[in-house]
Design a protein around this ligand. Structure first.
Ligand SMILES: [Zn+2]
Length: 89
């Protein structure tokens, strides 16, 4: 596990609190902090290109939307990922 992940351990209780609120959770991947919001897919009407596998996420498919949480980027940097692909990222 990269050092950055261990350093972020102390953020877990905060992340759980946010999760209970029904919003996004915060995760650290590859040394960067990200907000991750699970989507049911029930309202998605278009396919998104998953950056993890370069395949489409079909409409009505549950997936996650991810964006940087470290101030380096914002809403415009949101990306849609297959839940499984994000888990492997
Ligand atoms: Zn994918």
């Amino acid at each position: 596990m990269p050092r950055a992940n261990r350093r972020r351990r102390d953020e877990v209780p905060l992340a759980l609190g946010r999760l209970r609120g029904g919003g996004e959770r915060r995760e650290t991947h590859r040394g960067r902090s990200w907000f991750v919001r699970p989507l049911s897919g029930a309202t998605s009407e278009r396919a998104y290109l998953c950056p993890g596998c370069q395949h489409d996420i079909a409409p009505l498919t549950a997936h996650v939307v991810v964006w940087p949480a470290d101030g380096m980027g914002g809403v415009d940097d949101r990306r849609h990922w297959h839940t499984r692909c994000w888990g492997r990222y």
